[in-house]
Design a protein around this ligand. Structure first.
Ligand SMILES: Nc1ncnc2c1ncn2[C@@H]1O[C@H](COP(=O)(O)OP(=O)(O)OP(=O)(O)O)[C@@H](O)[C@H]1O
Length: 637
């Protein structure tokens, strides 16, 4: 059966799965027998225990009468059948014929987006927790970190019943998904203090008369990532437009409030000037106050992680894609974080081998006023955001003058390029080696040879000096997400087999002439794209059945990507796979097979010898180049 037919069959099956997921029915196992043939023909073995089929069948017969177990029985028997017999292509034809009309009359991509936007199984963002707004309701644990504006402490509720969880909370979802209980002591400590409270430094304890309003005004912009801040700060800060909703890759804020200053035992030692006891005050408010932000607690910063953890290129790409998803979301809502450094990227993971869930944090320098333009009339204006070394070239080289403005639309996207270097090589070249003010694109250091070619090209395009030539975070995130597709052995070949290579190249050529081939080819072209997206969806949905193979972070990433993606951006991102010159080389394919990838240090060499490789969803496949340099999958015996 041709690849086209397979992808059509997979589309149909994905549709079945989608409608099932949408109706929140229990489990997808009933549909697995129908999706198996497609997986089988594409060479994907569903990873179940290597129990002899006869046992499966006897157990199957035994429990067949019990309706509760019926789906699992069918699953086991179907697995056996499809591994034993050769199926004829015709078997799928009636199914394809019957459903083709129905499927393609609907907008398949729209259906996919709806499922991933609305289903709590893939999106724990739909859940929220209401926490109290008084400092006395919290008990504090260890000190987590400190910057110029705040100190952050681990915290828990004095009375856990104060927390009102709406829908299944993060921890409940995590526990269902986690195959093993947390096994290290720090994890137990983290669970004991699940929140992080940011205590903002108030350096104006003598401004008695103005009251809480002054604090909200001077510290409120810290809440640019908190959707409820729009209401809290209405009438207090003009033109303040925080993010309108939560996002999995933006730090999760539970609540924020102003209350009496809590003097922590280590406060005098760590931040004496932020206390009301600082020597320069002649008079102070009778009750010194400050703002508190209660957040979900994360485990580590990206800066610490890259120096303390082994990771392979696959993990690196999943982290970069999450970062780009955050940038795309911020850009969609006119918010620029403006201080994208690795201390401000937080990671959550339960055990050391798990791929971390990544969030962008610290919105203290954020621009959130519904516009990208900032006035820059005097050189000493202090409104261009965070760290000088992580400013995009268009910001770093801006000159002040009457009526002059700086545009921040692509600033975070550029900074993500520098962070990508930190993820893949540990070193951000803009800290030491080159300057954001005058670097040449040709001076950018080489990325590791074994990194997937799409990731290399994306990072190069993120760091374009001209913001108009820079790749948008949406397209960059699409390209990395597509490169993480596990179906088949080689994603580029799969996309080509589905007919996307010629279409993508035609589209790219036509774009330079200002026309769109895709518009002309219309339904045919988009059907090919929908087929690929349906395969990706099917793979994502079935991944729920194998949580040990696809990490929580990766599953969440897929859901974020599938709920955001648009056809136009997808076509543009295919350019990374099908440039006339782009050939798949064995090195870049090596990173598709995590079990073969060495753990790498800054030079791509092995960091730790005893590190356990990531599981591969295609454990029986190897990738070997032929004499033309084209890589084929070879099934090991
Ligand atoms: N939700 C969290 N979970 C765990 N640790 C956190 C959390 N938020 C912040 N931290 C830790 O606290 C440190 C300081 O936090 P943050 O960067 O928000 O402070 P800041 O004063 O605004 O910093 P800056 O000087 O960069 O403006 C972080 O680098 C991180 O180590």
């Amino acid at each position: 059966m041709s690849m086209k037919k397979f992808s059509e069959a997979a589309s149909l099956m994905a549709q079945e799965l989608l409608s099932l997921a949408a109706s929140r029915a229990k489990g997808v196992s009933r549909f697995l027998p129908r999706i198996f043939p497609t997986f089988y023909k594409l060479g994907v073995r569903v990873p179940f225990a290597k129990t002899p089929p006869r046992i499966f069948i006897s157990v199957g017969r035994l429990v067949m009468r019990n309706r509760f177990y019926r789906p699992f029985t069918t699953l086991a028997m179907e697995r056996h059948r499809f591994n034993q017999y050769n199926f004829v292509a015709k078997r799928f034809n009636p199914l394809i014929r019957r459903r083709r009309v129905a499927l393609f009359h609907k907008d398949a991509l729209d259906g996919i987006k709806k499922v991933f936007q609305k289903n709590a199984r893939y999106n724990d963002d739909l859940n929220s927790t209401d926490l109290p707004d008084q400092i006395d309701a919290y008990e504090f644990g260890q000190f987590l970190g400190q910057g110029c504006n705040a100190a952050v402490y681990a915290a828990r509720l004095v009375n856990p019943e104060d927390s009102l969880t709406l829908g299944p909370g993060f921890n409940e979802v995590s526990q269902v998904i986690a195959s093993e209980p947390p096994n290290n002591r720090s994890e137990f400590r983290r669970q004991a203090y699940p929140y992080a409270v940011k205590l903002m430094f108030n350096f104006e304890h003598d401004r008695v008369s103005i009251g809480d309003n002054h604090l909200w005004r001077s510290m409120g912009t810290e809440l640019a990532m908190y959707p409820k801040a729009a209401q809290m700060l209405r009438g207090r800060i003009s033109d303040f437009k925080p993010l309108p909703k939560k996002h999995p890759n933006v730090v999760r804020v539970h609540t924020a409030f102003i209350d009496s200053l809590k003097v922590m035992p280590d406060a005098m030692e760590r931040y004496p000037d932020a206390l009301h006891t600082a020597r320069w005050y002649e008079s102070i408010a009778s009750e010194p106050k400050t703002m508190y932000i209660v957040m979900r607690r994360y485990r580590q910063t990206l800066k610490d992680y890259v120096w303390t953890h082994q990771r392979n290129y696959w993990v690196g790409r999943v982290m970069l894609a999450q970062l780009l998803e955050a940038c795309a979301f911020l850009q969609d809502h006119f918010v620029a974080q403006r201080d994208m450094k690795s201390d401000n990227i937080l990671l959550q993971y339960d055990d050391d081998e798990e791929i971390p869930h990544l969030v962008v944090a610290d919105f203290g320098c954020a621009l959130a006023c519904g516009s990208w333009e900032v006035k820059f009339e005097h050189q000493d204006d202090n409104n261009l955001g965070g760290n000088l070394k992580t400013r995009a070239p268009e910001v770093a080289t801006a000159t002040a003058g009457p009526g002059k403005t700086v545009n921040f639309k692509m600033a975070d996207t550029w900074a993500a390029g520098g962070l990508a270097y930190e993820i893949f090589t540990r070193v951000n070249p803009f800290y030491e080696q080159i300057s954001t003010v005058d670097y040449l694109e040709t001076e950018l250091p080489q990325l590791p040879k074994k990194l997937h070619h799409v990731a290399k090209d994306v990072v190069r395009d993120l760091l374009r000096r001209d913001p108009n030539q820079r790749v948008t975070p949406h397209v960059a995130a699409n390209a990395i997400n597509l490169s993480l597709f596990r179906f088949g052995s080689d994603v580029q070949k799969l996309l080509a087999d589905c007919g996307l290579n010629k279409l993508a190249m035609l589209q790219n050529l036509a774009k330079t002439n200002g026309s769109s081939v895709i518009d002309k080819l219309g339904v045919t072209a988009n059907r090919a794209l929908d087929n690929v997206m349906a395969l990706l969806t099917a793979e994502t949905i079935t991944a729920t059945l194998a949580p040990q193979l696809v990490s929580r972070a990766e599953k969440q990433l897929r859901a974020t990507f599938l709920s955001r993606v648009t056809r136009e951006d997808l076509w543009t991102s295919l350019h990374y796979f099908f440039k006339e010159t782009a050939l798949v080389d064995a090195d870049s394919l090596a990173s598709l097979a995590p079990s073969n990838s060495p753990f790498f240090g800054s030079d791509g060499s092995s960091l730790e010898k005893n590190s356990k490789p990531l599981p591969n969803i295609l454990p029986n496949n190897k990738y070997l180049p032929d004499s033309n340099g084209i890589v084929h999958r070879v099934r090991s015996k």
